[in-house]
Design a protein around this ligand. Structure first.
Ligand code: TYD
Length: 214
């Protein structure tokens, strides 16, 4: 029987997390290419999604729409619910035997919305979502990650030093808390060259799934 101190986890659901510019999207592309090459049934996905809920969030992140931080926390939770349980969503893919890799999930809401509207609301809104089977956290100094984003023509509302430093601290607290509830969270040093990070990420995924992908 499930202990009340341990959160229920979705097997074969892998999540990448980190502050902006930590390189999760780049590593996601490597994982997708490796899964394809090895012929592994999979779905790669991201939050905010491209679904209507996610599109609304994007407009807010790009500064086109104004929204109270609490509203944003609700929107991320709605997008997540639909992403998990909606048609062609995460649960459906897992039930059909696919490995699912998602760029950002619950920890992003706890770290980002926790830094904008306080921890209580995002904790409440995200309390019932299942844990991923594996989370890989990309650890990088906010000064370095923001340098990586400096070539972008337009930055989103959270892509500022002050916010990234808050989110970095919030991730640390959140990760410690979730580990104590049984979440499997591995940290990689995202300061390293892309190829070394890729190797580290592949080793973690291989150990978790039992498939060779390198
Ligand atoms: P992301 O797609 O990783 O950034 P981009 O594609 O612009 O490089 O994420 C968009 C932003 O959304 C990022 O700043 C983190 C934020 N976010 C939250 O604040 N809460 C959440 O729950 C999620 C999933 C993302």
């Amino acid at each position: 029987m499930q202990s009340q101190d341990t959160d229920f986890a979705l097997k074969n659901f892998i999540v990448l997390e980190g502050i902006d510019g930590s390189g999760t999207s780049t590593q996601m592309r490597f994982i997708e290419a490796a899964f394809k090459e090895k012929g592994l049934a999979h779905m790669v996905t991201a939050e905010p999604t491209g679904r209507p809920e996610g599109q609304l969030i994007r407009k807010i992140l790009q500064g086109e729409l104004d929204a109270d931080p609490g509203t944003v926390a609700h929107l991320f939770a709605s997008d997540r619910h639909q992403h998990l349980y909606g048609k062609a969503g995460i649960v459906e893919a897992l039930e059909s035997g696919k490995l699912v890799v998602c760029d950002r999930y619950v920890l992003s809401s706890l770290a980002y919305q926790g830094s904008t509207c306080g921890r209580d609301l995002p904790e409440y809104l995200n309390a019932r979502f299942p844990a991923p089977g594996l989370t890989i956290f990309f650890k990088i100094d906010p000064e370095h990650s923001l340098q990586r984003l400096s070539s972008r023509s337009k930055l989103e509302i959270y892509e500022k030093m002050h916010m990234q430093k808050l989110v970095d601290i919030a991730y640390e607290t959140t990760i410690a808390q979730k580990r104590s509830r049984g979440w499997k969270i591995e940290t990689v040093n995202a300061e390293k060259p892309i190829d070394q990070v890729r190797q580290e990420v592949f080793t973690i995924i291989e150990a978790y799934t039992g498939f060779t992908i390198a």
